[in-house]
Design a protein around this ligand. Structure first.
Ligand code: NDP
Length: 482
């Protein structure tokens, strides 16, 4: 049994309450590791160490902090295979996905913000002969970073890299379901002599360790990615304490397909945008709207492709579709499939748990599932399932599809497939989403603002937006005098 520890002040620390929790491998259902069930005392120790490290870290030059981020970026790159294997074991995702997407992206996150901080500048406002204002962008102090289980190292580093680059010190909590690669990152920090106390990792449950981070008075900003209900709770804690808050929350994203699209590209990319990481990516498109004239053809071709996506052992390099992250999550997804049937949905493909043979016989696998025949405003089409379940619906007009696409409480991302340039621009401007992809999906430029509208979040991550979030602007007004 592996045992992970908290990483506080540059050292391993056991939980002060002596409590541990067990973590299972989704592909087998078997427990393989233990993590500290940390409480507010552990968080307090982490915050104390971050506070102690802050004066030195924040007074380093941008180039010096950039150097340290590159050390972490290079260090992950050197151990890419170890990180990828760990992520796949912990999360149930195909190892090939961890190797080609998750871990390379963690490397890129550190490298990107290592470079970005050297280019980060602040504003000045001339008042002519009277004087000048200039704005300092100063680090906030100790910041909290809380991330989910679906892209564990990818999203953890997406937060801590800009926070550290901007000169803050960090207390971070990975999801209790996927603590493994955060542990490896801490191990790397120790190996490379990363300055102690600058990054602290506390493992634990959301309701105890997570909430303790949000409540600690010395944590001045919180960057959170996770579910909308959790985000609401965190906002309730942070707002009365006037903490800065960035919330990246759930989604129920539309994929809108017009008859004039590049059909083959659309088809293969829609398989990806529906079922990558078993549909457990906040940006996956779970409601597919297809123009009526190609609806039947799309349905037949899409299902033919989906039938090739066989749930299998994630550690097998040939596997493209792995396990769901936990038994609880699998049950939630199966409950939604049951609900869809009650609401009148027709299961075109999938719909069941898969029991594999051998090593994975007790794993948490669900078939990729395609449903049609549901009204756009039913619960299945309005609530986030966050699993391998998509619905199909035909549409006739642009106005109709726009209204249905915008009908949920969420507004994270959307995809449009069309070769009609005017229509693409028109729809993109009217879709209620923070990110719109036209004729592609998940193409990412780390400089762009990332985040959602409506109940999908508050604030933006990415590029200079993240560096602005993790700094406090201070205006200095100079009068020239006579
Ligand atoms: P949760 O909201 O359950 O958890 C996210 C993180 O918050 C975890 O580390 C969790 O800890 C912690 N947490 C839980 N409760 C609290 C609390 N009361 N106070 C502080 N921290 C808490 O989300 P999931 O992990 O289930 O992730 C799935 C969700 O994340 C989906 O809704 C998905 O759409 C969203 N998401 C959004 C993205 C975006 O960019 N907008 C990207 C990726 C996912 P623990 O796991 O230990 O409970």
């Amino acid at each position: 049994m592996m045992q992970f520890h908290n990483y506080i002040g540059g050292q391993w620390q056991k939980p002060s309450n002596g409590l541990w929790c067990e973590n299972a491998e989704p592909a087998t259902g078997q427990t393989f590791s233990q993590w500290p069930d940390s409480g507010s005392e552990d968080v307090a120790a982490a915050v104390a160490s971050a506070r102690q490290a802050f004066p030195t870290w924040s007074s380093l030059s941008a180039e010096e902090r950039s150097y340290w981020l590159m050390v972490l970026s290079d260090g992950i790159q050197e151990k890419l295979e170890e990180f990828a294997q760990a992520e796949s074991k912990d999360n149930g995702k195909p190892v090939v996905l961890a190797r080609t997407v998750d871990i390379p992206r963690a490397v890129a996150n550190f490298r990107f913000f290592a470079q970005a901080i050297t280019q980060f500048s602040s504003e000045s406002h001339s008042m002519g002969s009277e004087g000048i204002n200039y704005t300092l962008r100063q680090p906030i102090g100790v910041v909290g970073c809380i991330s989910p289980w679906n892209l564990p190292l990818y999203l953890l580093t997406w937060k801590i890299a800009p926070a550290l680059a901007a000169g803050n010190t960090v207390v971070a909590k990975p999801s209790e379901m996927t603590p493994y690669t955060a542990h490896l990152l801490a191990e790397l920090c120790m190996e490379k002599g990363f300055p102690p106390g600058v990054l602290n990792l506390v493992h634990g449950k959301g309701a105890s360790a997570g909430e303790a981070i949000c409540q600690h008075p010395a944590v001045k900003a919180i960057s959170f990615t996770g579910g909308t209900a959790t985000g609401k709770r965190i906002a309730g804690i942070a707002a009365p304490a006037f903490k800065k808050l960035s919330l990246e929350l759930g989604g129920k994203n539309p994929t809108i397909i017009f008859a004039d699209c590049d059909y083959q590209t659309m088809l293969s990319q829609t398989v990806r945008s529906s079922f990558a990481n078993q549909g457990q990516i906040c940006l996956c498109g779970s409601r597919i709207f297809v123009e009526r004239s190609i609806y039947e053809q799309f349905k037949a071709d899409f299902i033919q492709k989906i039938l090739l996506l066989k749930p299998a052992d994630p550690s097998d390099p040939a596997t493209r579709f792995g396990a769901l992250v936990s038994e609880g999550h699998m049950t939630k997804v199966l409950d939604y499939i049951r609900l869809a049937k009650e609401e009148g949905g027709i299961i075109l493909s999938g719909g069941k748990r898969v029991l594999l043979e051998g090593r994975c016989r007790e794993g948490w696998f669900v078939e990729p599932t395609v449903i049609e025949g549901l009204p756009y405003d039913c619960r299945t089409n309005q609530e986030e399932i966050f699993g391998p379940v998509v619905t199909l619906a035909p549409f006739d007009t642009e106005d109709e599809v726009l209204q249905q696409a915008n009908s949920t409480e969420y507004g994270l991302s959307a995809v449009i497939w069309t070769e009609n340039l005017s229509r693409a621009h028109r729809l993109a401007s009217h879709l209620e989403a923070g990110i719109v992809w036209v004729n592609c999906w998940l193409v990412r430029d780390l400089r762009t603002p990332f985040g959602g509208v409506k109940n999908s979040g508050v604030g933006r991550e990415g590029g200079m937006e993240a560096l602005r979030f993790f700094t406090e602007p201070k205006n200095i007004c100079i009068r020239y005098g006579a």
